[in-house]
Design a protein around this ligand. Sequence first.
Ligand SMILES: *Cc1c(COP(=O)(O)O)cnc(C)c1O
Length: 468
Amino acid sequence: MTDDDLDDTFSGSPLRRRAPKLRFPAHEQSARDSYQLVHDELLLDGVARMNLATFCTTWAEPEVHALMAESIDKNIVDKDEYPQTAELESRCVHMLADLFHAPNAATTRGTSTTGSSEAAMLAGLAAKWRWKAKRQAAGHTEPAVPNLVSGPVQVCWEKFARYFDVELRQAPMGPGYTLTPEQVLERIDENTIGVVVTLGQTFTGLFEDVQAISDALDDLEARTGQSVDIHVDAASGGFVAPFCAPDVVWDFRLPRVKSINASGHKTGLAPIGVGWVIWREETDLPDELVFDVNYLGGSMPTFGLNFSRPGGQVIASYYNFVRLGREGFTKVQSATYAVAAHIAQEIASLGHFEVLHDGSAEKGIPAVTWTMPGDHPFTLFDLAEELRTRGWLVPAYTLPPDQQEVTVQRIVVRHGVSLDLADLVLADLRQALAKLDDRPPSRSLTPAEGSTFDHTATARVAIAHLGS
Ligand SMILES: *Cc1c(COP(=O)(O)O)cnc(C)c1O
């Protein structure tokens, strides 16, 4: 045995030195000491399950942990070496196509991705290529800038537009908070590649009305002959609406909906790192975007922005689908809606707040969003800050234009946010309110200070209004 083996972890030399930070370390140290060092650094991260800002999975069954560990070495791009992982991915695609009412779920195309952001890039690209093909067929050769119409979207669509040279025509948020058919129609012209409608808006949690927008586009086509496709960003709503609001028509039941993305790692209950994009019919994904590679053995079609990617999240998704089925997903998501309803009721009863989204299943995702109207000696940013001292992340943020004067606060109710956990955060919220009413801050936090708190020195959870 060497001295290092005998030493107590914290009296041995590695942990008595400073951690390497800016230079690649010259020497090795033991796995035990290195583990302790990294483990301790992570103490400064927030407790994920107390992060009520995130939509992402923060609790999974032990069997999911086991499957993730078993698949740590599986690269999903290597379909020849891991044909069964590829098979499970393909089954998931068809199951989701079925869940989203694709006319022929067995033949439609789709893929897993790292999340909804990559899925959005792929769906946007497919729309751009469909537009290109249509223009070519119509004999247009002059250069044109394609545009994409949307309401206030998650940042992934702004990225798509910038990365792939598309003009994003983002309608401002109106007093009703969700995109209206009129706002859509006003922004469409002959170079519109599609309309993005969000099922579970990041800022409020509300569903945008896909059916109404689709109807308006039907009308536009009847009047002008121009047919405009819809893509539904169902990052957060795709795994709740089918189970808890089956009468909300937002998916492939509407023929105009050509593609849908959903985050497997949000309401899909899978560990972080998986999204899905599904096309309505095989022909809605242009062939030019699918590449065949032969260097992994066999000829493999690949469509994605990444090459190598972990397979575990897809395997865990398949596990969740067979484990829960429609019955189990309905139970899990209904439980989150019930907790959201409880939180909404309590928030409304406190007297300070006005509930903007009460977490009802017909209106949006299981989340509660509220404002604080009237004069108070403190802001929602102060309240968010106060809750942080107890470890809760309940973000406050301003809405996008034209509602930028409105500050809201939001709780996302996920799998694992139990009634008991809700009562704990509500108790802390009541206490924080009492304190702020009694001893208001001498100067309130401004929106900028409130939402940049995290970016500075700490490596805490990402900002809430990006809706990660
Ligand atoms: C979370 C979210 C995204 C981005 O999804 P990731 O899976 O985090 O990449 C896109 N759109 C909406 C509406 C979202 O809620």
